[in-house]
Design a protein around this ligand. Structure first.
Ligand code: ATP
Ligand code: MG
Length: 140
């Protein structure tokens, strides 16, 4: 597998509980490198655009409200097979189904407040990285 980049968000439930460092440590321990990182307050328009794929789902409004409720940390992670590796470190969407040692098993509060986002494919990774980062922010 080639070296890839993937997009990650440390979500409001985690930033609020001061878990940013513990979550980044799990990425780094898995061999992922943080090549871009910033703490931002997402706007409603940004959150709606980012999650547009889910706009018909019943939880869309709740999801957008949650994502703008506190700051988030948006990051680009790089490594061998980074997209799948990040999803593995994150664990299942619902923390009740997440494997031992994963971020969501250890930190998530619920299926909605689940501490992290990670891209699910090369195309979405490229789009999501562009959505939040300019080229000069990808510093390696
Ligand atoms: P993410 O896209 O955030 O990495 P995911 O790919 O594991 O998570 P998706 O199915 O893409 O999950 O859902 C996007 C996000 O929407 C979830 O991470 C979660 O915060 C929220 N969500 C998903 N399903 C539900 C639900 N049934 N109730 C409330 N919120 C949900
Ligand atoms: Mg998803």
């Amino acid at each position: 597998m080639a070296v890839q980049r993937t997009f990650s968000i440390i979500k409001p439930d985690a930033t609020k509980r001061n878990l940013t460092g513990k979550i980044i440590a799990k990425f780094e321990d898995a061999g992922l490198r943080v090549v871009a990182s910033k703490r931002i307050q997402m706007s409603q328009a940004q959150a709606e655009g980012f999650y547009a794929v889910h706009k018909e789902r019943p939880f869309f409004g709740e999801l957008v409200e949650f994502m703008i409720s506190e700051p988030v940390v948006v990051q680009v992670l790089e490594g061998e097979d980074a997209i799948a590796k990040n999803r593995e470190v994150m664990g299942a969407t619902n923390p009740a189904d997440a494997a031992e040692g994963t971020i969501r098993k250890d930190f998530a509060l619920s299926i909605g407040e689940n501490s992290v986002h990670g891209s699910d494919a090369p195309e979405t990774a490229a789009e999501e990285i562009k959505y939040f980062s300019s080229d000069d922010e990808l510093v390696g």
